[in-house]
Design a protein around this ligand. Structure first.
Ligand code: ADP
Ligand code: MG
Length: 288
């Protein structure tokens, strides 16, 4: 659990402390107590400004639950999420709404997460509508700028999601996240639904935006290659806990936790390489 030495003096942008989330399942029988799923069992970490944390782990390990709690879209059973020292889960509704400007989310499915009946202008400016008194014209202008910063055109404003490819839709989703100039973007499997060739373009865009706007990412992926691309630090989740954390180079070459080793061995390759010698399997595809 190493924190970057140079940032030790400054407060973290995001501090997650002992986060627990239990879900109660519907009773199977009147005579049995309702069963509970412990989706998160005490997760703690910090992210400093301008750094990025990758969260990896198999399906069901609690990654999306963690994302929803960090985004204050769901409440924890216990524990806290602090953004610049503000506990998001104890803010008043009004203060939380204001604070939302500082953290935005990009979801996995660029087909499902954009309302097909709304224009790109409406979709991208939606976070502003909830926050500010900006006029329609100003919202449109800001949406145009956000589109341009993700490599789309202002002439795309009046189009609808179905007119775009998967990669372009994810750019639209990123433009929507960017429009409030957030400090933190939580991206839950942002490229998993995209073709491999498009994944790198979207990740490169996210990297460029990090440089340009000083964004901090919490990037969730089941794919170690994806987090390696963008993150300074990687936390490995297993059954609702972080079992190992460190810089990607260290994890990939000297994973200590047996679960991380299993995860590395199971990494799907970015491209089919049918003739890859078995001894090299697993790490070959990682960009160096
Ligand atoms: P991941 O994103 O890593 O696949 P999730 O956070 O979606 O994992 O899920 C973690 C665990 O919590 C799983 O066992 C899942 O079935 C359970 N879970 C998630 N959301 C709910 C919910 N709304 N109700 C009940 N169980 C849930
Ligand atoms: Mg998930």
């Amino acid at each position: 659990m190493t924190a970057p030495a140079m940032n030790d003096a400054s407060a973290p942008l995001l501090r997650v402390t002992d986060l627990v989330r239990e879900y109660t399942l519907p009773r199977e029988s009147l005579f049995r107590p309702p069963a509970a799923v412990k989706a998160l069992q005490g997760v703690s970490f910090t992210i400093h400004k301008g750094r990025s944390l990758g969260i990896v782990g198999e399906s069901g390990s609690g990654k999306s639950t963690l994302a929803r709690l960090v985004m204050a879209l769901d409440a924890p059973t216990s524990g806290s999420v602090e953004l610049e020292g503000r506990n998001l889960h104890t803010l008043s509704t009004r203060d939380l709404q204001r604070a939302r400007r500082d953290f935005q989310m990009v979801f996995q499915d660029p087909y499902g997460s954009l309302d097909p009946r709304q224009t790109v202008a409406r979709i991208v400016s939606e976070p502003l509508a909830a926050l500010s008194q900006a006029t329609r014209a100003s919202q449109r202008e800001q949406a145009a700028q956000a589109l341009e910063s993700v490599g789309l055109r202002s002439s795309d404003l009046d189009k609808y999601p179905h007119e775009f490819s998967g990669g372009q839709r994810q750019r639209i989703a990123i433009a929507r996240a960017l429009i409030t100039r957030p400090k933190l973007i939580v991206a839950d499997e942002p490229v998993s639904a995209l073709d491999v060739s498009v994944q790198a373009q979207v990740l490169n865009l996210m990297q460029d935006l990090q440089q340009e706007f000083g964004i901090t990412y919490m990037l969730i992926s089941h794919d170690l290659a994806v987090v390696n691309h963008l993150c300074d630090d990687v936390a490995v989740m297993h059954q609702g806990r972080i079992v190992e954390q460190g810089p990607p180079e260290k994890l990939f070459h000297a994973a200590e936790h047996p679960y991380t080793q299993t995860l590395l061995a199971a990494v799907p390759r970015a491209e089919p390489r049918p003739h890859l010698p078995a001894a090299d399997a697993g790490l070959q595809h990682l960009p160096s």
